[in-house]
Design a protein around this ligand. Structure first.
Ligand code: NAI
Ligand code: MG
Length: 357
């Protein structure tokens, strides 16, 4: 009986609704497999701004520092859009990732046969898609300095800097190659080496890391081509390794493969076992409070939490199998249900959580 500390940060919009389902599933796993999960809730994002005046209160930071793993919903929404950038809800997430040194974002994308009609792509393109995007998370454009808005001689301009060190590229590349070892043994490194100096360094370092993994095939691909290949022939990919901004964009694009952005989980990892787990979607203010959001991305994030931070592979598989079965049985939230002849029953957020349980 192991006492794992899990920090749970529901956040804003649909965050609390989907996280509630994830917690239900986590508690069920605890009962079935006899683990003591110590679940502690914290404020983050707009919810924290409203109550404490800051997007990441000290208590939440301490909670996350002490935790073995963190489960997060989503942050942000129109209510806080006009705040200066250092006060915005999204800043809390960037601070958490940076502060906990979570440099590796892992986003598995898998095709479920019953969701072929939920995707705008043709079924024959989707068959066999099982890929994972490994996105560098604490470098590149989102963090590089100089950054900001400036005025000089009456001219206003803005600067973001794409900055990468050799070590930053090396450690994320290792994550991708290690993952590929237990998969289809192929890494596609995505860059823009024909234009960007950071990409040229990226390519060089990835090539070096690859020489230590002779069992893995490495290919390089330009990001614009990769964007096209993801919809043209997504089954060609195994592990996609890329920098922060490219990975952000490509993973949303890859979400159409599963039929809904509500399906995709993510793990953010550092050197140790501690990780931050969240669905890839945002707070979806347009459907918040309606009990229609798809909680499966969050529930699958709980599976990743069990696998990567707690090393509970059997338990992680149990969740993934349950999700697969629920979809195969035709239970779908609205985002998957519409125009899908494989759908048998339209279910709410709460009902979906219960059915997985
Ligand atoms: P979004 O991901 O929240 O929503 C995009 C579209 O997908 C919307 O139509 C939404 O209804 C739908 N959607 C998202 N999740 C869904 C789910 N689980 N089930 C069914 N439909 C779902 O992205 P958007 O609209 O660009 O951003 C909304 C807010 O979320 C913004 O404030 C943004 O900054 C924030 N955001 C936060 C993120 C995070 O916390 N990690 C990531 C992305 C955005
Ligand atoms: Mg994004």
């Amino acid at each position: 009986m192991s006492g794992f500390k899990i920090a749970v940060l529901p956040g804003d919009g649909i965050g609390p609704e989907v996280v509630k389902q994830g917690v239900k599933v986590l508690e069920t796993i605890g009962k079935l497999f006899h683990h003591g999960f110590e679940i502690q809730f914290g404020l983050i994002g707009g919810a924290a701004l409203d109550e404490k005046g800051v997007p990441l209160p000290d208590e939440t930071w301490e909670l996350c520092q002490k935790a073995d793993a963190i489960l997060l919903g989503a942050v942000g929404g129109p209510k806080w859009d006009d705040l200066p950038s250092h006060m915005r809800p999204e800043k809390a997430l960037l601070k958490l990732r940076e502060g906990l040194k979570l440099f590796a974002n892992i986003r598995p994308v898998k095709f479920y046969p019953n969701l072929a009609f939920s995707s705008p792509l043709k079924e024959n393109l989707l068959k066999g898609v099982d890929l994972v995007i490994v996105r560098e998370l604490t470098g590149g454009l989102y963090f590089g300095k100089p950054k900001g808005r400036f005025e000089e001689n009456g001219k206003v301009y803005a600067v973001d800097t794409m900055y990468y060190t050799y070590e930053e590229i090396e450690r994320i590349a290792k994550v991708a190659f290690e993952l590929a070892r237990n998969r289809k043994k192929k890494v596609t490194s995505v860059d823009k080496a024909n234009v960007l100096e950071t990409s040229r360094l990226w390519r060089e370092v990835v090539q070096k890391v690859a020489s230590r993994y002779p069992d893995i095939t490495l290919e390089h691909m330009y990001v614009d081509n990769c964007a096209m290949q993801l919809v043209k022939n997504p089954a060609q990919f195994d592990v996609i390794l890329t920098e922060n901004t490219f990975g952000d964009i490509l993973s949303d694009e890859a979400a159409v493969i599963t039929g809904s952005i509500g399906m995709l989980p993510s793990a953010s990892l550092g050197e140790g076992l501690k990780g931050l787990y969240e669905p890839i979607h945002g707070s979806a203010p347009d459907i918040a409070g309606m009990n229609i959001a798809n909680p499966l991305g969050t529930i699958l994030s709980v599976a990743l939490l069990l696998r990567y931070s707690l090393r509970l592979e059997k338990e992680a598989n149990a969740i993934e199998d349950a999700v697969e079965k629920v979809i195969a049985d035709g239970f779908m939230t609205k985002d998957l249900y519409l125009n899908n002849p494989s759908a048998k029953k339209l279910v709410s957020t709460e009902e979906m959580g219960d059915i997985v349980v």
